[in-house]
Write a new protein. Structure first.
Length: 298
């Protein structure tokens, strides 16, 4: 059998720590330009083409034109890791020499200044989200912004308005999380992507005394509801609970808490929105909701 050999372009920082010699993984799901492997630790390990974004658990590879994972891998097939090579049935990925992607940690300045910096970008980002959805005819089963006109607004039922507030009781938060987990369309449902963005926005400030209880309760509730969504979305939500997000989300949050220009922030937001058909816009909407929650800390 001819084996197609790929070279890794980058390896996520969690993937590096999870792969040990003689490790056995299984194909979980196949798509045209990506395949998800199930690791014994219960999390997924995605193999992504080079045009995808860096992810904490992912290995990005150069697959070229004409390669379709749906024709070259089957669910349940075994892949093994040995001497820096991930070997599947008819393919292998050489990891040696590939750079490790890892985001910057912490706020670039004190929490109050970082929050002021993030808050000043909210109007521009809200406008950008609305404009992007108009230009790309994005649809979501969620109301992405409180006053935003969006595709499908006249359908029955209309897009769901998300209600998450800093002052919500545990019972109110539980009801909203239950309503959102697994809700909507897409490989990763709209409600899950929105919650992921909301958690990403709160993460840098989660230890603030006025935010800690809200954040702790929210993450506990989401963790308890993960069984209500699919395997792939569950993976990304579980990682978000631990503070692990994609490169574009990390970059946007880093810029929001710094002295970055509007142009830089908007470029980073565009990278977030370009993920998937609706996942990116749902995620940015969740980030903006998080900024609205954080505003009350000022």
């Amino acid at each position: 059998m001819t084996v197609r050999v790929f070279s890794a372009l980058s390896v996520g920082y969690l993937a590096v720590s999870r792969l040990s010699d003689r490790e056995r993984l299984q194909v979980h799901s196949c798509f045209q330009r990506s395949v998800n492997l199930s690791h014994p630790d219960g999390y997924l390990l995605p193999l992504l083409s080079g045009d995808f974004q860096d992810l904490p658990d992912a290995i990005r590879i150069s697959i070229g034109d004409g390669w379709d994972w749906r024709h070259h891998a089957r669910v349940g097939q075994v892949a093994t890791f040995h001497h820096g090579v991930l070997q599947g049935v008819g393919w292998s990925v050489v990891l040696s020499g590939a750079p490790c992607w890892q985001p910057k940690q912490g706020l670039a300045q004190g929490w109050h200044l970082a929050l002021l910096a993030a808050n000043r970008h909210y109007p521009n980002l809200a406008w950008q989200l609305g404009r992007y959805c108009q230009l790309h005819d994005c649809e979501s089963d969620l109301q992405l912004l409180p006053d935003m006109e969006q595709s499908g607004a006249s359908r029955n039922p209309p897009p769901r308005l998300v209600q998450l507030r800093l002052t919500d009781s545990a019972e109110r938060l539980a009801a909203e999380v239950t309503a959102l987990i697994g809700y909507g369309r897409g490989l990763t449902p709209d409600g899950d992507d929105y919650l992921l963005g909301y958690m990403a926005a709160l993460w840098p400030w989660r230890q603030h005394p006025l935010l800690a209880s809200h954040d702790d309760t929210l993450r506990r509730l989401i963790g308890s509801q993960l069984v209500r969504t699919n395997d792939i979305s569950r993976h990304y939500l579980a990682r978000a609970l631990e503070g692990h997000f994609s490169a574009p989300i990390c970059q946007l949050m880093s810029l929001l808490g710094s002295t970055a220009s509007i142009v830089q922030v908007q470029a980073a937001a565009r990278e977030v929105m370009q993920f998937g058909a609706s996942s990116g816009v749902d995620c940015l909407a969740g980030i903006l909701h998080g900024l609205r929650t954080l505003e009350s800390l000022l």
